[in-house]
Design a protein around this ligand. Sequence first.
Ligand code: AMP
Ligand code: MG
Length: 484
Amino acid sequence: MPQDSVRIEHRYLELPDAFYTRVAPTPLRDAKLVCFNQSLAAEMGFHTANPAQWTGIGAGTELLAGMDPVAMKYTGHQFGAYNPELGDGRGLLLWETLGPDGRRWDWHLKGAGTTPYSRFGDGRAVLRSTIREYLCSEAMAALGIPTTRALFMVSAKDPVRRESLETAATLVRVAQTHIRFGHFEFAAYHQGEDALKALLEHTIRYHFPHLLALPDEQRNRRWLEEVVTRTATLIAQWQVVGFCHGVMNSDNMSIIGDTFDYGPFAFLDDFDAGHICNHTDQGGRYAYNRQPHIGYINCQYLARALMPILPEEDIRQALELYGDAYNSHFLDSMRAKLGLAEDDASDIDLTMALFALLHTHKVDYTLFFRNLSNLAGNGDAPVRDLFVDREAADVWLARYRARLTKETRSAEAREAAMRAVNPKYVLRNYLAQLVIQEAQNGDYGPLEELLKVLAQPFAEQPEFERYAAPPPDWGKHLNISCSS
Ligand code: AMP
Ligand code: MG
């Protein structure tokens, strides 16, 4: 199955024993391979001619030579409270492979049965949540947002009890690494300085190798600066595309800055700055407009764990980078979304006025920017028509048009550039819900079709125009179950 050019490694096992427990997957019954990511598998250096041969791996009935499944141990802050009991409660790290291009891939089988870290859980993942994670990680990748990826998924008949009775599935999720902020919290608070140092050295050696050339005293500081900057940039990317993660606990924060652990996430439909996509998050800790701040708090949790081995001044300086990294990425991206190639001091006000407008009038976030990218030859109608109160739109549009007079690009060139950053197709919750229902009835065709559409979010795809539509009434306020 792997091509000759693939190297098999399992570097995570080089960490001290406390960081993992060997666990065999608990087999699923009557498993069927339902999605296989051909292009990703090829990129990773795997033969793709016969995807069905992966069914046993997904079902937990088969392992390839070199696979040595372990549950990773980590802890973390959940909703602001420290929980020492965490770890892979239903997922196993199978092995790490290096593809033909030298890129490192960690294989994680999610839904593989109980582990010593399962607490009260059953170790399973349901079909519904597995499809949501598959869809969203691939949608994010196509949008150019760092994310874990979905390699393949299997569906089985085993019943799994959530709010109602559902069926089990597994996902083989791949990423350069599954090391989380919570790994560092575990090391610092339970294993002591040597383990913390070992984890940091491991992380830099395999996942930040470009820092190895730096002198010792600079390397760790530069690493933390990079983690903080990547985290700030990632969250700016979420805000810009209207993505709400929903469970930004520090055990769900990837050390390399990937979007990680898809649960009750949502892409905003009608813009609501305070949108809470996680129904168990009653206080709105992880609401859309709080994500940038929570990203910073998570960096503080990470920084605090590093106190025993990094000078306080280095930590302080690294944390200070968060604000600028966030703001500059956010503003640059908003300029691009608005088609503004020149820098103008008024751009931040124009952007903030726009967010206030979209919030007050509950306008569809994705459609607004896409339609704004198609004004040439259409007047203001594509944007105005999204508002019930069209005059409110006119006020902002007049300001926008005035700002555009400072631009030198032609309208056509500007709007072509805008369409390359303002997606037409995002994973709206109702779209996911529709394909989940079909899949639960045994038809995976709609899921495959949606995946195909989301793989080209910026392209016009006339035959799939319907996937760009805002939600119908039934799909507006879906109560997406957080249990997964
Ligand atoms: P999450 O909210 O998905 O990030 O999960 C938080 C913690 O609960 C992690 O340690 C998971 O491994 C664990 N967990 C979540 N769901 C289950 C489950 N069904 N069985 C066992 N552990 C779980
Ligand atoms: Mg998690």
